[in-house]
Design a protein. Sequence first.
Length: 291
Amino acid sequence: MAATVKECLELQLLEVEMLLSMFPKRGEFSLDADAVPSIQRYLSDADGALPPQLEYRIALDVGEAKVKVELQVLLPHMYPQVAPQLFARSDALHRQQQLELNTRLTSHISSLDPGDLCVCEAVQWVKDNTLPFLENCQASSERAAEAVRAKEMLHRMWIYSHHIYRQELRKKIFDCAKKLNLTGFCLTGKPGVICVEGLQENCEEFWRVIRYPNWKHISCKHVENIETEGSIDNLRLFHSFEDLQFQAHGDYGLRNDYHMDLGQFLEFLKQHQSGHIFQILFGVEGKLSDN
């Protein structure tokens, strides 16, 4: 003889009582305060309207780490004659792992005999089977983090200025480069050239800080980005932040109006695999003297 809605609801209440005894602590078993009374009212007067479907949540601790997993339960009026709607979720699971876990949970519940109460069985299944998904999720997260760590980007900025003379400005340039772990150089005189290399955010912060003074002219002429699977330190062309002052030509008087020997600067660039930057900075191809 087929079960009636009333008989199914009576079984649902029996299962709720069993679950409350299994999860007595506050927050372990959660359901609406009127859920059970509304079913009880219907059972005492079956001619009334059907009560809302019984819905509740069970908080589970999985594994030695006691990872929080929540089993959400929605019972059709004819449960256990029809399958319950179950969904396990955890903040520790990625979306794909959570989908696979629930696919397997649904498959397991559908394999049970119809007419049997199965929420307790679902609780035990989640406790027994969630841990591998959590471990796989953690392993994939670690692999993703390693992949991110493995690929780093060296950022190199070439900055041109009409001149760099003032002592307080030079101090600001060197202090900022040291603070941000940048290597490169500052060519003092006329023209002035700055190169910084390091992490992109540090280079951009350096550029933001040093461009603030009242320069006659300053611009970032060229930017290089080089990706590596190792440390960016292996890509640096400079091992420190150097103070470049080559032999100067012109007036050493009060005006500080002197030009650096650009031939020496070109030689310096070539020694650091950067000879091509000369034309970018000055608009002419650099040539070294044969002498």
